[in-house]
Ligand binder design. Structure first.
Ligand code: PBG
Length: 316
């Protein structure tokens, strides 16, 4: 076996998984104001950005050739009804309009969820301490349509309510957005690795947790059912999240479904690796590239990653 490992040229020739900047989607957090860059302490190098700063960041990301960005909003105020999630002048809607004006060729995905917009931090309508499924679908559908109206290229529901893909597809079609694809966070686990994101997006649930809607980390057959249902409901692309602790789920989804497949290397994965890198325990460049290669090798076509810009630079 060692004959083919003897030189860089030979290793290049037989490499099975190749990374490209176009495979990476950069998640970004948008906050109100102007000239704002508020560092996120648990995610070194990442920050909440006001729309003007976001535009600069995205212009740079586009220059680097990355596949796109996904936007998360931190609204001025939160309420019980997640009003900010579907307001036409909501924070994400403003950001999308600005990006489509200033960096029109960059692929803009929007995360469709309510937890950043509700006062209690849950992803849906809460009645008697329980997250309600069907009433939440209307909020999600309205949010998706408002994102599409603002110019989003793709909408990505991450709430894990049952039936949301069908509800969003129907609402988009009715509003005339028949060509807006849905990237569904189909198999999304109730993971500890979202911890830093909740600091970034200010979306920690004020009571309880998300285990009544996100998946049990112990299950993989259930993930296949989730994915199957989302495809039946009209998902154009499916996603597994988190990524590195769930490579088996990515692999199985790849084998079972011909649908394009994404994986989300989530905040906790980024923070964990960055902490080791910053301590000098892991080599930065190799850590970034090996972690992303592993996710692609397992079967993901593209990766949402906070390392998107760093990886793109390394591949340049
Ligand atoms: C919204 C959402 C979350 C993430 C993406 N969309 C947080 C959550 O479900 O609590 C996590 C992303 C990350 O950790 O990087 N529901």
């Amino acid at each position: 076996m060692r004959r083919l490992r003897a030189s860089e040229a030979l290793r290049n020739l037989v490499r099975e998984t190749v990374l490209d900047p176009g495979d990476f989607i950069l998640p970004l957090f948008i906050c109100p104001g102007e000239g704002v860059r508020r560092e996120i302490s648990s995610m070194p190098g990442h920050a909440q950005l006001s729309v003007d700063r976001l535009v600069k960041e995205c212009a740079e990301a586009h220059e680097l050739g990355i596949g796109g960005v996904i936007l998360f909003g931190i609204p001025e105020t939160k309420d019980e009804l997640a009003s900010g999630a579907f307001a036409d002048d909501g924070i994400v809607q403003q950001a999308v309009r600005a990006l489509k004006r200033e960096v029109p060729k960059l692929l803009v995905m929007t995360d469709v969820c309510n937890c950043e917009y509700t006062s209690h931090g849950h992803c849906g309508l809460v009645v008697d301490g329980e997250v309600q499924n069907d009433p939440t679908l209307e909020w999600l559908a309205k949010a998706a349509v408002s994102h599409a109206r603002a110019g989003a290229d793709v909408v990505a529901p991450s709430d894990m309510m049952d039936g949301r893909v069908a509800a969003i597809r129907k609402a988009l079609d009715t509003a005339g957005f028949t060509n807006t694809p849905i990237v569904s966070y189909a198999a999304k686990y109730a993971s500890v690795f979202y911890g830093p994101f909740r600091e970034a997006a200010e979306s920690t649930p004020q009571f309880g947790d998300r285990r009544s809607y996100q998946m049990d980390p112990a299950n993989s057959r259930e993930a296949m059912r989730e994915i199957e249902l989302d495809i039946e409901e009209g998902a154009d692309v499916i996603m597994v999240k988190p990524a590195m602790p769930y490579l088996d789920v990515i692999r199985e989804a790849r084998q079972r479904f011909p649908t394009p497949l994404g994986a989300y290397q989530v905040s906790g994965e980024f923070s964990m690796l960055t902490a080791a890198i910053n301590n000098g325990w892991l080599d930065r460049d190799r850590t970034i590239l090996e972690s992303l290669t592993a996710i692609r090798r397992a079967g993901a076509d593209f990766v949402l990653t906070y390392f998107a810009k760093d990886a793109a630079r390394l591949l340049a």
